[in-house]
Design a binder for this molecule. Structure first.
Ligand SMILES: Cc1ncc(COP(=O)(O)O)c(C=O)c1O
Length: 346
């Protein structure tokens, strides 16, 4: 399994500080997520039903009916590689490591998995420049937009251009090239989303309720694509992907338009506050989204340990070296981050 943020129990064991004492800034999850309402007992006691209104709420929020709800966008990442064979895949990198991993990429630290699938794909982690040069060579291209951890945004115009190049190559050389856009961090900038373009073969978009809505534990995400792809994925995943309580929470948070508007404006303010605070202590972010900031540092392990000694868990990356800071939640957490930054910068 790959490493991710949010491992408070593990950090507690490593550094000998109980979980409750940590400030977890290691994820890009909104610390003030949507408030969980009372969940009716039948949501726990009955099997989930597709006709419970979740699809309508999600279609309205995302602006598309080409949709499949899944147990977190991770579930879709896991199975995309099983829907096809012998693909040459480019993952625009550095990025969320699960994409390359699920297409069969084996990192230096990882052993080959014992299972035999996905058996036949060839995966490359590529830079933007490399991708631009030879996008036609790949059967599938994976882009996280905005990117995690760098926050880099690929414009819609650029994505349209790539889709066009793929379509031309399909005609010339045969095959059906895919562009997979992971929009887990797109909710603050819906105008940049490619969801409106889905429906025809080739374009797949992934969304998550685990970031902007803060509902990481609910395990709800959505896939947008064309009918045959969504149908194959549904069959591969099987029935009752999402639990009844999670479907109930998902439907209601997607309907809460006033919360969406208020949260977008609050996150905008908070991301500025985080940027300014980090910059004040010589950790000026070079990128990020409304939910996290990305700071390039060569000795990221040293800095990670310093924060951990103060009970603050951040997310460390080594290639390229950097630290990702999530947003503190309340006033005390902001103060704790500032006093730690002050002490570390000395
Ligand atoms: C870019 C990106 N995509 C997808 C996921 C998976 O999120 P979830 O399965 O909670 O929807 C993550 C989780 O960190 C992520 O960072």
């Amino acid at each position: 399994m790959l490493n991710h943020g949010g491992g408070i129990q593990q950090a507690a064991l490593t550094f000998g500080l109980p979980p409750k004492k940590w400030l977890d800034l290691s994820t890009g999850i909104n610390p003030i997520g949507w408030s969980i309402p009372h969940i009716p007992a039948d949501k726990w006691l009955r099997l989930p039903e597709d006709e419970d209104g979740l699809l309508q709420s999600a279609s309205a929020y995302y602006g598309s009916e080409n949709i499949l709800p899944v147990a977190g966008s991770q579930a879709a990442i896991q199975v995309l590689s099983r829907l096809t064979e012998k693909f040459r895949v480019a993952v625009l990198s550095p990025t969320y490591s699960e994409h390359a991993h699920s297409w069969g990429f084996i990192g230096k630290k990882h052993k080959k998995p014992f299972y035999s699938t996905p058996p036949s794909h060839q995966v490359e982690q590529v830079t933007l420049r490399e991708l631009e040069k030879k996008i036609e060579l790949y059967d599938a291209v994976v882009v996280v937009n905005p990117n995690n951890p760098t926050g880099k945004i690929i414009s819609k115009e650029k994505l349209f251009e790539w889709r066009k190049r793929q379509a031309v190559a399909d005609k010339a050389f045969g095959g059906e090239r895919w562009l997979i856009v992971d929009e887990a961090f797109m909710d603050s900038t819906p105008q940049l989303s490619m969801i409106g373009e889905t429906g025809k073969p080739g374009l797949i978009v992934l969304r998550s309720l685990g970031k902007f809505f803060g509902l990481a534990g609910a395990r709800v995400g959505f896939v947008f694509g064309w009918p045959e792809l969504l149908d194959s994925m549904r069959q591969l995943l099987g029935p009752w992907q999402i639990s009844g309580p999670s479907r109930h929470v998902a439907k209601n948070c997607l309907n809460d338009t006033a919360w969406h508007v208020e949260t977008r404006s609050q996150l905008e303010e908070k991301q500025k506050q985080l940027h300014n605070m980090l910059s004040k202590y010589n950790l000026t972010p070079i990128g990020g989204t409304t939910l996290f900031k990305w700071v390039k540092v060569s000795r990221s392990k040293e800095l990670f340990n310093k924060f951990a000694q103060h009970g603050i868990l951040v997310r460390r990356f080594s290639d390229p070296g950097g630290i990702r800071f999530g947003l503190p939640g309340d006033k005390d957490q902001w103060q704790r981050l500032e006093s730690t930054l002050k002490s570390i910068s000395k």
